[in-house]
Design a protein around this ligand. Structure first.
Ligand SMILES: NC(=O)c1ccc[n+]([C@@H]2O[C@H](COP(=O)([O-])OP(=O)(O)OC[C@H]3O[C@@H](n4cnc5c(N)ncnc54)[C@H](OP(=O)(O)O)[C@@H]3O)[C@@H](O)[C@H]2O)c1
Length: 318
């Protein structure tokens, strides 16, 4: 599978590094708004083709999958053009700037028979199956509370500060917390209470999201793009608790019984960067002729986008 990357920024570098090491895949092309920047990126990551326009990459017949690695506000336009050019797409999280855009892109992809997926990498990682097995085994009893934090101080980044680029903590980081709840909790969201502190530019800088689920689980999430957090997640049950040492990319899970006594430590499989799982999921889905990856169906992407719209409408952020 030949991948073409759109946007030669931070996360594009991680994807190019990953693609260089994934079997049956290669990073064939990079597109930037600046040809010089694309050429520099290509030289640093051993990418064969460098384009100074996104449309030139979309017109390359050898590109099998387009990875959209631009700010959230640009995802819609680039993905729309890619779909119309018949190119399957893996779009960085958050999938789009809002649910209206997400629904339109998914409808367009289906109409045109083109694969599109959200690059929300924890959905594709082996930890999902492993942690779900732990929960199903009953070792921590019935889950009662979920506590999770995700905070990185990325406030200096223009795309985080700027409302026009789809900035703020929710689209960048909170999206992982909401996905975590959907990945590991059985209950449906029945109640949400939330509060938000805004940045001087008017984006959501930090937020609390509390939820009550239909099975009685109480969820407490905290997110910030203006501080560094411990970024752990804990699911506590009637007879113990499960710790993810990192919410997005854990290296181990801890099963604890009482007051920090670790009963079992599960070391998660070694990986390239962790991005390889979403790349392989796209490769396999394309080989099977699917229009969405089973690991992250369009219905889930849409659910999360609607939830984020609801939260932002409560905070008065657009
Ligand atoms: N999966 C993860 O762990 C992870 C981590 C960080 C970010 N992300 C996601 O990846 C995406 C990009 O984030 P990033 O941190 O890589 O951002 P970044 O470093 O700012 O790079 C974004 C790139 O988008 C292109 N771009 C197109 N239009 C732009 C505009 N109007 N303003 C600024 N840049 C524009 C630029 O590339 P050219 O100048 O080359 O055209 C820029 O380098 C976001 O969706 C973000 O949520 C994912």
């Amino acid at each position: 599978m030949n991948v073409g990357i759109i946007g030669a920024g931070h996360i594009a570098e991680k994807m190019a590094t990953t693609l260089g090491r994934v079997e049956d895949c290669s990073c064939l092309a990079i597109a930037s708004r600046s040809l010089e920047k694309a050429q520099d990126f290509a030289a640093r990551f051993g990418v064969a083709r460098a384009y100074g326009s996104y449309d030139n990459l979309l017109a390359d017949p050898d590109v099998d999958l387009v990875y959209v690695a631009t700010p959230h506000s640009c995802h819609f336009d680039i993905t729309r053009r890619a779909i119309l050019a018949g190119k399957p797409c893996l779009v960085e999280k958050s999938f789009m700037a809002n649910a209206t855009e997400a629904a339109a892109i998914i409808a367009l992809a289906r109409e045109n028979g083109v694969f599109v997926a959200e690059a929300i990498w924890p959905r594709y990682m082996p930890v999902l199956g492993i942690a779900r097995e732990v929960l199903a085994s009953g070792v921590i009893g019935k889950p009662v509370t979920v506590n999770a934090t995700l905070a990185y101080n990325v406030s200096e980044k223009e795309r985080i500060q700027s409302p026009e680029l789809g900035g703020g903590a929710l689209l960048d980081l909170g999206v992982y917390l909401l996905n975590f709840v959907r990945m590991y909790c059985d209950g449906q969201i029945e109640q949400i209470s939330t509060s938000c502190v805004k940045s001087p530019t008017g984006v959501d800088a930090s937020e609390n999201i509390s939820m009550t689920l239909s099975d009685g689980t109480l969820v407490s999430l905290q997110c910030s793009a203006w501080s560094q957090g411990d970024n752990q997640a804990v699911i506590a049950g009637t007879s113990g608790y499960l710790v993810f040492n990192d919410l997005i990319n854990p290296t181990k899970l801890l099963i604890c019984r009482k007051r920090h006594i670790v009963e079992r430590e599960i070391v998660l499989p070694e990986q390239i960067t962790g991005f390889e799982y979403q790349v392989r999921a796209c490769r396999d889905a394309l080989a099977s002729g699917l229009l969405e990856p089973p690991q992250m169906p369009h219905s889930e992407t849409l659910y999360i986008m609607h939830l984020m719209d609801r939260l932002r409408s409560e905070w008065g952020t657009v």
